[in-house]
Design a protein around this ligand. Structure first.
Ligand SMILES: OC[C@H]1NNC[C@@H](O)[C@@H]1O
Length: 444
């Protein structure tokens, strides 16, 4: 499998997010986000890690763009930090926050790298959380105002917009499991949050189209194909419930099907739908972003409310203890193409954490990660050849960074970051990606 097997106009990028790499959390007028609060709450993150400095990308972005250039990517997916733009979430605008993204976008374009901007990658302004957060409908309206402001300022140069990153994580991990910010454990709030996140997306789509000539708008979901642990009908039904919990709860409303009836019955908890919400949420988009890491294998369980239990399978696992299962990406791409028929699909994240270390020769020989990318890209190609509308791939991540509750111990980067010194070193996987991308470049 080589680059030239893919369409010549296939997008090849790397991805990051603001809170995971920027640092400078109190600089140039940025306000606090729920992740500032959560990561500074004792016991919430491994080793008390937080994003105060992270990869210091706020100051080092020229060096990081030079790394993207060296890798040979033609696109870069980053997120805009809402609390940098609107420190209180609404109202007062912070011009220095806007200026950072102006400089970032200009520097990317100067290097011939197409900017892909995610408007929300989990760093909700704390003041909005204080007023109810995503369980409150007001937050969806605040998001639409934020999207309007940002796209009016960057839309002349940024044409690719992802409204939300992984609303499932924001709603479930943040409001029910409680392992992500804001750390609530309230099922009803997580259902309301999921609805207001989708509503926020739907409200923002027409705003982005109005502000950005030639906009390409989509959303990014973290989707996992679910497989039953056995052919037992109880396990098969559990896999269907997992699929509803993880995938269909978001895909169905986004593609005009409303919330899945089986899940509404299972939950016994209706989202706070009002008026034309479901029409708003199903606003036509130009692409579906997929973040794929692994599959889920589940069996039946009486554990309420989801009534499935994960089963650990497979011989090979990453440092996150996620099974390496590239076949799941193929299955997912084929299913989505057939069942939801998105105009286009982009893999907006795919990658793996491994316990990387600098070897005596100064290199980082992350050959497991090289294999991970090779195997997943091979199945991307197969899915594409079998009709999946796959148009691009973003490796997660450009840099080792703040892996949320896992802190800095989980390294996903193509580039190794020595955090005390902030020195960047391209890993073997980065050099592999570079050579893969160079293969099809027509030499003058
Ligand atoms: O866990 C790896 C990645 N998954 N998707 C969202 C990103 O912010 C994570 O770092």
């Amino acid at each position: 499998m080589k680059r030239s097997d893919f369409p010549a106009n296939f997008i090849w990028g790397t991805a990051t997010s603001a809170y995971q790499i920027e640092g400078a959390v109190s600089e140039d007028g940025r306000g606090p986000s729920i992740w500032d609060t959560f990561s500074h709450t004792p016991g919430k993150t491994k080793g008390g890690d937080h994003g105060d400095v992270a990869c210091d990308h706020y100051h080092r972005y020229p060096e990081d763009i030079a790394l993207m250039k060296e890798l040979g990517v033609n696109a870069y997916r980053f997120s805009v930090a809402w609390p940098r733009i609107l420190p209180e979430g609404r109202g007062r605008v912070n011009p220095r926050g806007l200026d950072f993204y102006n400089r970032l976008v200009d520097a990317l374009l100067e290097q011939g790298i197409t900017p892909w901007a995610t408007l929300y990658h989990w760093d909700l302004p704390q003041s909005l959380e204080d007023q109810g957060g995503w369980p409150s409908r007001e937050t969806a309206y605040a998001f639409a105002e934020y999207a309007d402001l940002v796209t009016r300022h960057l839309g002349d140069r940024v044409k690719h917009w992802i409204t939300l990153n992984e609303p499932w994580c924001s709603a479930y991990l943040g409001y029910h499991a409680g392992i992500h910010a804001p750390g609530q454990q309230n099922f009803k709030h997580s259902i309301w949050a999921s609805h207001h996140l989708l509503l926020a997306h739907g409200l923002a789509v027409p705003v982005i189209r109005r502000n950005v000539t030639g906009a390409r708008v989509g959303i990014t979901l973290n989707l996992s194909p679910g497989y039953p642990a056995s052919p037992d009908p109880a396990d098969v039904a559990a896999a269907r419930r997992f699929d509803g919990f993880q995938n269909r709860w978001y895909l169905d409303p986004l593609y005009g099907l409303g919330y899945p009836a089986d899940m509404l019955a299972l939950y016994g908890e209706a989202p706070s739908v009002q008026g034309d919400d479901l029409i708003t949420i199903a606003a036509p988009t130009d692409f579906l972003g997929i973040n794929y890491y692994s599959r889920a294998v589940v069996r039946n369980s009486d554990l309420e409310p989801y009534r499935f239990q994960y089963v650990r399978v497979g011989e090979e696992h990453t440092d996150m203890d996620w099974e390496v299962y590239p076949e799941g990406l193929y299955d997912l791409l084929i299913r989505l193409g057939r069942e939801y028929r998105p105009k286009a699909i982009y893999i907006t994240e795919n990658g793996a954490a491994y316990p990387d270390a600098v070897a005596d020769d100064g290199g980082i020989h992350d050959l497991e990660r090289v294999r991970y990318f090779q195997r997943h890209l091979a199945l991307c190609l197969e899915a594409l050849q079998h009709g999946a509308p796959l148009k691009g791939y973003f490796a997660w991540s450009l840099l080792d960074n703040f892996e949320w509750a896992e802190g800095y111990a989980k390294r996903f980067g193509l580039v190794y970051v020595d955090f005390p010194s902030q020195r960047r070193r391209i890993k073997a996987s980065g050099y592999w990606f570079r050579d893969f991308l160079r293969e099809a470049v027509v030499r003058p």
